[in-house]
Design a protein around this ligand. Structure first.
Ligand SMILES: [Zn+2]
Length: 386
């Protein structure tokens, strides 16, 4: 037991000590190409703090990709009925664009497409304003009960075969990409549980992998017309049963064969939060560029960064180049997260209140500071770079 205690103390020292050198540079001596953060876009009233966060925390730590979940938090002109109350305006976004450009940070706006069109009892803007796009309208979000519920309602999806849905979706995608002056767009597309539902007259007899691949390809082709790249979360492309990774970080609903039916230039954000699963190798060997994504366990995040570097060092040049790096994810509301982040950074205990949290993952008992401590560990690791 003493040996174990000593070992734990040693490990703690290695992880926590400022002198700990995460192997970000790797054996080849090169930095990971992508050192990213994916977080909700700030509300206008918190823009100044968010700019401060970019300037004082992300840029000095050599972050070079910032994926911002904008969704309906932008003053869209094409479909203003979709906008949140008091959304980011173009002049707000231009402040973020200018600061990121100054620091060499690639900005990637995100709107959740296909899935994540609702959360618990709340239907988000697209299906609220255009209920005809709903894949299974008989399931009502107002009747939502906590997961697992009889309807298997996690989030609503839009019907990818509705003849008018892409008129709306692509208009707002183009607008947000123009505003952010982006050469890449993140479409989310994670945790799509409702797809090819029985009640949809267009989709009910279709293969789910074909439906998923078709939607990915359609979005990819639209973006490519303007020289933009598509990024998506990778979970629907992993066979959840065979891998044992489950139905959240991987697919139980038969979408996974889509991995062989989508263009290879789709960038995969391969997220794993409880364990450093090695699926980045799967994506890279299939020909995709991939970044591993972590969240709220500092040890897992640091392992994921090391793994990416190790894969790059141990692979052929062709494959090594596809291991693009690490993107940290934050799933709290950005404003609330930054408040807790600076509380902890300034030596205070983070507040217990969960007010302001956006979509969570159902782990109500979890240490709520795990996401803050994870980002601090990643910042520390990236800061070690020259
Ligand atoms: Zn449908």
């Amino acid at each position: 037991m003493k040996h174990l205690s000593f070992l734990l103390m040693t490990l703690s020292f290695l992880v926590l000590s400022p002198s700990y050198k995460c192997n970000v540079k790797g054996e080849a001596g090169a930095m990971l190409p992508i050192r990213g953060l994916a977080i909700e876009a700030p509300k206008p009233e918190s823009l100044d703090r968010f700019l401060y966060f970019i300037e004082e925390d992300l840029a000095p730590a050599h972050f070079n990709v910032l994926i911002l979940r904008v969704d309906w938090n932008y003053a869209y002109q094409s479909y203003p009925e979709l906008c949140d109350p008091n959304p980011l305006k173009q002049e707000d976004v231009k402040q973020i664009v200018a600061l990121c450009r100054e620091h060499g940070i690639r900005l990637v706006p995100q709107i959740n497409l296909l899935g994540h069109q609702s959360w618990a009892e709340t239907t988000h803007a697209l299906l609220r304003e255009y209920p005809q796009f709903d894949e299974n309208p008989s399931v009502k979000t107002e009747d939502y009960t906590p997961w697992p519920n009889p309807e298997r309602l996690y989030c609503k999806s839009y019907c990818p075969l509705h003849p008018e849905v892409h008129d709306v979706v692509f208009a707002v995608v183009d607008e947000v990409c123009d505003a952010f002056e982006a050469d890449a767009f993140h479409a989310g597309m994670d945790e799509v549980f409702y797809l090819g539902e029985e009640e949809c007259p267009r989709c009910h007899d279709k293969d789910k992998a074909d439906l998923f691949a078709g939607e990915v390809t359609l979005i990819r082709n639209h973006l490519a017309e303007k020289g933009r790249q598509l990024m998506i979360w990778g979970d629907r492309l992993i066979d959840g049963r065979t891998t044992g990774i489950g139905e959240w970080e991987a697919s139980y609903n038969d979408t996974w064969p889509a991995i062989d039916r989508i263009p290879k230039d789709v960038f995969i954000c391969d997220w794993h939060y409880e364990r450093a699963d090695l699926t980045a190798v799967y994506f890279a060997l299939k020909g995709f560029q991939v970044a591993t994504c972590g969240y709220r366990n500092p040890d897992v995040c640091l392992q994921q960064i090391d793994d990416q570097q190790r894969f790059r060092a141990q692979s052929s040049p062709e494959t090594a180049a596809r291991f693009q790096g690490y993107i940290h994810t934050i799933w709290s509301g950005a404003d609330h997260f930054l408040k807790r982040y600076y509380e902890l950074k300034d030596g205070k205990q983070p507040g217990e209140s969960k007010a302001g949290e956006a979509e969570g993952n159902g782990d109500e008992e979890e240490d709520r500071s795990g996401d803050v401590r994870s980002l601090m560990a990643v910042i520390n690791a990236f800061t070690q770079q020259p």
